[in-house]
Design a protein around this ligand. Structure first.
Ligand code: SF4
Length: 302
């Protein structure tokens, strides 16, 4: 059904099958309904929690996402979480799994390795605050396509709460007093830094820096410190190793689809997806553990 015709509040939970009841039950869960306020383009009548997805530019279909947390030494799956197939839900599942393995197994990883989808400021901040080193590429939209200097060309001076431009001048944070607090110069959690107009006007590098503005301005997100931690880690040798180790989780998903044939689910609803993903992960772990701890070799009597 197209999104403008779908109305979840009109569904009578007493008259619908289990998968639809589960959809209603998970509308407020971070892994499903609450992951995004954006309605999918189409919703399935028989399994409304599944997500209409156009994966890798192929034909669209209804799907769930299988999320794994694995240990990189052995490739053992530590936790599994089924979610809607949208980035917010998949990224959120990492927090759920990290909390759960801490509660159940008292496991607290030194670092988390993941791909760019997980590199948003809030996610990095969440990890850094829990002393988990983020080994993942930072999502950075501060780059410029017109060849002028981007924020990365400016040095951050944390002690004095200012940026230093390539010409050595300070960009200070500026605030204005507005009668309406919602009319501030920037959105919530963002600070804005500005160079002095007279300095920029006389600067020999102005055309490379701010050709169309009186003075250079730079914004800084609330989570910028955590993003910088991730950028610094990305320059280390350990990060290069981490990026190779990341392939271990991709190999498990490839094995899941190609060898175990889990390209299609047999059960409907969030619980059905979760049960199938959990069983498949158990099978993969048993296979893995059999390799790590082979049966004692039988000795042949002479
Ligand atoms: S234009 Fe202003 S901010 Fe940019 S390099 Fe020159 S002095 Fe620094």
């Amino acid at each position: 059904m197209p999104k403008d015709e779908w109305n979840a509040s009109a569904i009578d939970p007493t008259e619908v099958p289990r998968a639809v009841r589960e959809y209603l039950d998970t509308l407020d869960e971070a892994a499903f309904g609450a992951a995004s306020t954006e309605q999918p383009k189409f919703t399935s009548h028989s399994d409304p929690a599944s997500q209409w997805t156009a994966a890798r530019k192929g034909p669209a279909f209804f799907s769930y996402s299988d999320n794994y947390l694995i240990d990189t030494d052995h490739g053992v799956i530590i936790d599994v979480e089924a979610t809607r197939s949208i980035r917010q839900a998949e990224v959120g599942s990492t927090k759920t799994m990290l909390r759960r393995v801490k509660e159940r197994f008292d496991l607290h990883p030194e670092r988390l390795i993941a791909d760019t989808a997980y590199g948003s400021g809030p996610m990095l901040d969440w990890l850094v605050k829990r002393n988990i080193a983020p080994h993942l590429p930072v999502i950075d939209k501060a780059g410029r396509s017109d060849g002028t200097w981007s924020r990365a060309d400016f040095e951050w001076d944390a002690e004095n709460d200012q940026y230093i431009c390539p010409e050595g001048h300070a960009l200070k944070q500026f605030r204005r007093n507005y009668s309406d607090p919602n009319r501030g110069p920037t959105g919530k959690g963002t600070a804005r830094y500005r160079a002095l107009k007279e300095v920029c006007q006389a600067c020999p590098s102005k055309t490379k820096c701010c050709p169309n503005a009186g003075a250079r301005k730079i914004t800084r997100e609330e989570t910028e410190d955590a993003r910088q931690v991730a950028r610094d880690i990305a320059k280390t040798h350990q990060y290069d190793i981490s990026m190779k180790l990341r392939k271990k989780v991709e190999m498990l998903f490839a094995h899941l689809k190609r060898i175990l044939g889990l390209g299609r689910l047999r059960l409907r609803g969030p619980c059905g997806a979760n049960d199938e993903f959990l069983l498949a992960a158990t099978a993969q772990n048993l296979r893995k553990l059999a390799k790590i701890f082979p049966a004692a070799q039988q000795t042949r009597n002479a």
